[in-house]
Design a protein around this ligand. Structure first.
Ligand code: NAP
Length: 335
């Protein structure tokens, strides 16, 4: 493959206040990066846009360093090795790594994972068989300690993590799986394609009322992608010894006036467990996750959707659209 002389990357132009706008991003032309010993040059083919990236756009201390203004963004990507200075990697290999938001990336081999392009579509390694799918698996099974017969409520249920979490619960023998999402089309997807027992559009009324109607016997496990009013509703609906996996709180990512949870006092009398987690702490379950979820994907028992935007220059649009709920399933950008 002949390499072009220039490559492109998307930089953070300014730190967003509230919802990001296209002006917070800048497309820049750069030289194709040179690689050194132990590195690979990767032509990215597909990249992920994820909610956590919004947090990295803010200044301040977090579990991962903030993006720097004027520098390229980073994130999950899959691409083809076009030059290698690292033992064990050859031109033509396909790798998963953390330098998306650019078409060519110089990647330390130590931070690249070979994936098999024949075993699954490249995009699956960023979605159902990648970080979001594993988040669903870890959150439901390890963090919320799901048990057969539980009533499970999943918020953000039609998104990358939620669509997998709800189906794992169904396939592992939940008594009832309830999902919430932000449009009627997403609710129909949950009910008609994914086999949820009940689902509601959280924009139709107070979440507490909608959940109480959907869960007449209460909730045992809550997979929380949304936080705020959804978490409050789940606490109200929890049965005794209910367990929440606190995965994310996207309802508060793009607001300067976050909503709190006012009914935490109920956690005492109901003996609730509310546990935050990060998927990156749970590498030990990767093999079990790939075996079980990979098996369900291969057999067609677990379904998933992706919303794909084509073109690096449209990555900011795809990211903002994902934050606004325009994606069904995993939001991705092909390059
Ligand atoms: P996603 O669900 O595919 O996309 C984000 C979705 O959030 C949107 O499609 C939108 O769907 C929903 N949303 C946006 N604003 C909302 C609001 N105000 N209220 C309710 N829903 C809103 O994203 P994902 O990658 O699967 O991530 C889901 C959650 O998991 C996020 O909170 C993310 O930060 C978290 N996460 C955590 C970990 C971890 O290790 N803890 C790892 C991965 C992801 P609607 O149309 O339904 O509103």
């Amino acid at each position: 493959m002949t390499l072009p002389s220039t490559a492109r990357e998307i930089r953070l132009a300014s730190r967003p206040v509230g919802f990001p706008t296209p002006e917070d991003f800048a497309l820049a032309e750069v030289a194709v990066p040179a690689i050194g010993d132990g590195q690979l040059l990767v032509r990215n083919r597909v990249m992920s846009v994820d909610p956590y990236m919004r947090g990295r756009m803010n200044a301040g201390k977090s579990y991962v360093a903030p993006y720097e203004v004027g520098k390229a963004l980073e994130g999950g990507a899959v691409g083809e090795v076009v030059a290698s200075e690292a033992a064990g990697f050859e031109v033509g290999d396909t790798v998963l790594h953390g330098f998306g938001w650019r078409d060519y990336a110089a990647v330390d081999a130590a931070h690249a994972t070979k994936v098999d392009p024949e075993a699954a579509p490249l995009a699956a390694y960023l979605g159902v068989l990648g970080m979001p799918g594993m988040t669903a698996y870890v959150g439901l099974l390890e963090v919320a300690a799901f048990r057969e017969g539980d009533v499970v409520f999943v918020s953000g249920a039609a998104g990358a993590v939620g669509q997998v979490a709800g189906q794992i619960a169904r396939l592992r023998g939940a008594k009832r799986v309830i999902g919430s999402a932000g449009s009627d089309a997403k609710v129909a997807y949950l009910l008609d394609e994914l086999g949820f027992d009940a689902a509601f559009n959280y924009k139709d009324g107070p979440v507490g009322e909608l959940l109480a109607q959907a869960a007449p016997e209460g909730v045992d496990v809550y997979f929380d992608n949304v936080g705020g009013e959804h978490l409050e509703a789940a606490i109200d609906s929890f049965n005794d010894f209910g367990r929440a996996a606190l995965c994310g709180s996207i309802s508060n990512y793009n607001t300067t006036t976050p909503t709190g949870v006012r009914n935490l006092g109920l956690a005492v009398g109901k003996r609730l467990s509310l546990r935050g987690f990060l998927v990156l702490d749970h590498g030990d379950v990767r093999e079990a996750f790939l075996r079980e979820v990979g098996g369900w994907v291969a057999s067609g028992e677990l379904r998933y959707r992706e919303t794909v935007t084509d073109g690096l220059e449209r990555a900011p649009e795809a990211f903002i659209g994902m934050l606004r709920g325009e994606n069904l399933g995993k939001a991705l950008v092909t390059l």
